[in-house]
Design a binder for this molecule. Sequence first.
Ligand code: GCB
Length: 596
Amino acid sequence: MLYPLVNNFRNVLDLSGIWEFKTDPKKIGEREKWFKGFNTGTTIAVPGSWNEQLEELGLLHYVGSAWYSKKVFIPSEYESKRIILRIGSIDYNSKFWINGKFAGENKVGFLPIELEINDFVVPGKEAIIVIMVNNELSDETLPQGITSKRFRDEKRLRDETNPPTRYDFSPYGGIHRTIQLVTTPHCYIKQIKIDTKILNNRNGLVNAEIIINSKKSLVISAQIISGKKVLSQKTSLNSGKAKVKFEISNCKFWSIDNPFLYDLKIELLDEKNIIDEYKTPFGVREVVISGNKLLLNGKEIYLKGFGKHEDFSVIGKGLFLPLMVKDFELMKWINANSFRTSHYPYSEEMMFYADRKGFLVIDEVPAVSLDFRYVNGNTLKTHKEHITRLIDRDYNHPSVIMWAVGNEPNLVGDKNYYNGSAKKYWKEIFGFTKKIDSSRPITVPNCTRAGVNDPVFEFSDVLSLNRYYGWYEYPGNLDEATSILSKEMDTIFNKYKKPILFTEFGVDTMPGLHSISTQMFTEEYQQQFLEAYINLIRSKKYTIGEHVWNFADFRTPQHFRRVVLNLKGVFNRNREPKSAAFLLKRIWQNPSKNKL
Ligand code: GCB
C-alpha cells in the first residue's frame, strides 16, 4: 500500500479535527441507525484515543463500541478521480457507512485502512461519514483478548487487570492516525516494491517491481533521482506488472551515520500522456546475519536502543508529530541507534522519519503474549493478515532491519506449549513471512516463562530475549540475577547457535526516589540494573545488541503491579530524563560493543 501524496494526479484532503462522538455500550447503534449520522453535542478530536481525552465522560477505561460522525464536502473536481477514505489506523475494529450506506469493515488494528468510496458520494455535495470503532478483542484477534470471567475461571485472580488484557499497555480505543480523503486516477500505480543490494564498495543495485491496478498495455517510466543526477528507464507493463533494474555507480549507501535517501519516481503512461505518477524515497543498504554478527552494509553493527510505545498523556495512542520528533531527538541525544516497535506497528510517519534520521527498526506485529490454549485456525489467519499488511506497508523502508512476528508467546507458562502444535504454528508463521520477504531476518522475543525450549528459537534468525531477573525474579539481587542469566544465555546459544539480541531488560523506577543501599524502584537501582545487564550482555561474543525496556513510562491497565504507569522508562512519560538516561548516554557514546 502506498503512502498518500499530492502531485498533478493525486490529492489528499485532511479530515482530522473535531468529530461528533457517541459511545454504544449496549450495541444498539446499528439497530437504531446511528450510521445515518448524528449530532449529540459530544465531540472528540481525531486523531486521538478517547480514554484520557474524554475521561470526564467516564471513558478512561472504556472498552466497547463508539461512533464517530462528520459531514465532509466532496470537491466537484473529484468527479473524474478514484476517491478513497484512508485512515492510518483505528484500534481495533471498525465499520464504515457513507451517506447511510454500509461501505466496509476492518478488523486489523495499527495498520492503514483504505476504502474506495466513489459509489457512496456525489462530488460537489456534502457526504456524511460515520465510523463505528470497537476496541474489544478475542481469541482470534491480534492481540488476543481476555475477559475477567476467563481470568476467574482459570483461577488467576491475581493476574486480572482492569480493563482485562493479555498485555501490559493501555487498550486505548479510537481513530489513532491520519484520516484523509485521498484521490488517484482510476488507472493508478498500486504498489512499488524496492530491493537493494551492494555490489561492491562503490556500486549499488536497485530492483523495483511496479504493480498497477489494470491489465491494459501501458508503459512505465522509472527514474532514480539524487539532486541533479537522474537515471531513467522505460518498460512496458505485463499483466499490470513491470520490473526495472538500476545499477548506481558511486552509490551513497544508507547508514546510521549517513542515512542517504534517493527518490524513485514512477510515471505511468498511455500512448501519449502521463496518467499517474508516484515518488518515494528509498535507501540502498544490505542487512545480513553472518555467523553471530549483524552486518549493515557488510560492517558489524551493535544495536543500542529501546523497546518503545505509542503513548502520551491526553492523546493516548493518537499520532502526535511533535512527540515523534522529540523522541527521535532524545534517542539521538542518548546515542541510541535503534528501536523496536513493541508491540504493534507504529505510524507510517514514524517509519519515514526513521529512514531520514538513520535509525534501525525492528518492526513488530501485535501478536503479543499469544496464549496457545486459545489459538485456533482463525488466529493463524488473522496473524498472517497482519504480517501481509505490515510488510506491504513497510517493505521499502531502509530503516526496517528485522521483522518481529510476535512477542512473548506462552507468557502464561502452559506446559502444552511444547507438545508440537505451537511448533507447527510458528513454523507456518516464519515460513509465511520468509516467503513474502526473504531479505530480512525474522525474530520473536522470548520470555522467561516460555524458557530455553521455546519453539520460536528454532525458526528465528536472531534469538531475542526479554529478561527481568533482578526484578520479577530474584528481586533486588543483581549478583544472583546476572549469574543465572549468564548460564541461561550460554545454554540458549549452545543449543541454537544463533546471535542473541536483548529485546527487553529494565526495572520500574520512580523519579526522585533515592537510596544509598540496593533498593528497588530507586533511580540508583535502575542504573545498577542496566549497567550489570549491559556488562553481562557485552561479555558474550554472540550478542548483537541491547534494547532497554522502556524508552519512556507508559499507561497500563489497572493492576497492583503498576502505579498507573509502567515506570520502566529511562525517560518519564513527559520525556524528562531519569538518572539512568545519563548513564546510557555515556555507555552508548562508543559505537563499539566491547568498550564500556
Ligand atoms: C514484558 C513485556 C512488556 C512489559 C514488560 C514489563 O516482558 O514484553 O510488554 O511491559 O515485560 O514491564 O513487565
